[in-house]
Design a protein around this ligand. Structure first.
Ligand SMILES: Cc1cc2nc3c(=O)[nH]c(=O)nc-3n(C[C@H](O)[C@H](O)[C@H](O)COP(=O)(O)OP(=O)(O)OC[C@H]3O[C@@H](n4cnc5c(N)ncnc54)[C@H](O)[C@@H]3O)c2cc1C
Length: 303
């Protein structure tokens, strides 16, 4: 598949990503923003503590932010990224539809939240069969039967990865929310899909030994991967050598929002607390300016 080229790619269309897009696009470099606005942690919330706006809603702010970024030339693709690779002068991204994108530099603005299921057994069995990262822990389940929970890109991609490692792989979701090419890969795979059901309980005393679904089905699995939402930062950027804090939760950046890897910047919740819109926007502004300058210093990419 042919790739699309940009100077700056921004992963995340929350406040950090949108502010970065506005500042980068105004510097006359080509900008692509990836991510889904309804996946931003502010989407469903009322905001009362952001200066200049007395009371507003997250979805309204995101809508206006996208319009602003678009008016300066930023392009949008409402898709998650599943994979990033690098070579000496550029980064290549694979989106959930299979589209390929190449960029001179990129900004990580993917927010931070490993969503939990909130069912009995989950908390007590974390690290004892319950995991939140197929890419990190999948290899521990070689030949075993596992379940991946979720209907979005991280879960479907995770289940497909596990078919090359585990025994029987189950995918449990209330609905499948992925583009056609990924859905097709799933239907052509050996993954056993349980759609229209919820997880009621993760069973096991000292280790996971099963999964109970809302329709009464009991799956005899030893591994449960909770993959609700998009691929997280650890999976995406970890392989490129991006430096994290000691708990491996947040990206470390300098005052220019630059990571330890030239050409990779980060902004917003992914850089650590306080988890606030004002901080996300401030860091997005710096990251957008710096990434655009980096792209210009390293010759804008042919589009
Ligand atoms: C319940 C609640 C209430 C809140 N109330 C307030 C408040 O009143 N005031 C305040 O200041 N803050 C509040 N916050 C915090 C605020 O929402 C966050 O600080 C802010 O949204 C962080 O912005 P961000 O851009 O870093 O990440 P997010 O807004 O979370 O955006 C992340 C983006 O990354 C994208 N993404 C993720 N993974 C991928 C991938 N693999 N590929 C491509 N894109 C990806 C998502 O689709 C999304 O677009 C609240 C948060 C919550 C949860």
């Amino acid at each position: 598949m042919e790739s699309r080229n940009y100077d700056v790619v921004i992963l995340g269309s929350g406040p950090a990503g949108l502010q970065a897009a506005i500042h980068a696009a105004r510097r006359k470099v080509s900008v692509l923003v990836l991510g889904k606005k309804d996946q931003s942690s502010m989407y469903h919330h009322h905001i009362e503590n952001y200066a200049f706006l007395f009371k507003t809603t997250g979805d309204e702010m995101l809508k206006v932010g996208m319009q602003q970024a678009e008016s300066f030339g930023a392009e949008f693709m409402e898709e998650d990224i599943l994979k990033i690779t690098s070579n000496e002068s550029s980064f290549e991204f694979v989106a959930e539809s299979g589209s390929r994108i190449v960029a001179r530099t990129f900004i990580i603005a993917t927010g931070t939240n490993r969503k939990r299921l909130g069912v009995p057994g989950e908390k007590t069995l974390i690290g004892k069969g319950v995991s939140y990262c197929v890419d990190c822990d999948g290899n521990f389940y070689r030949g075993e039967d596992v379940a991946v929970i979720g209907g979005q890109s991280a879960a479907v991609d995770g289940a497909l990865i596990m078919t090359g490692i585990a025994g029987q792989v189950h995918l449990v979701c209330d609905a499948l929310l992925v583009p056609e090419p990924l859905a097709r890969r799933l239907s052509e795979s050996t993954v056993h899909v349980h759609q229209g059901v919820e997880v009621r309980e993760i069973a096991g005393k000292d280790r996971v030994d099963g999964l109970v679904l809302s329709d009464g089905t009991e799956l005899p699995v030893t591994g449960v991967f909770v993959e609700l939402g998009a691929k997280g930062l650890l999976e995406l950027a970890g392989s490129l050598g991006v430096q994290f804090d000691d708990e491996m939760k947040h990206v470390q950046t300098d005052k220019k929002q630059a990571t330890n890897i030239p050409g990779i910047y980060a902004a917003g919740d992914i850089c650590g607390p306080p988890w606030q819109l004002a901080k996300a926007v401030g860091e997005g502004c710096v990251a957008g300016i710096e990434a655009a300058a980096y792209a210009k210093r390293h010759h804008p990419i042919d589009t």
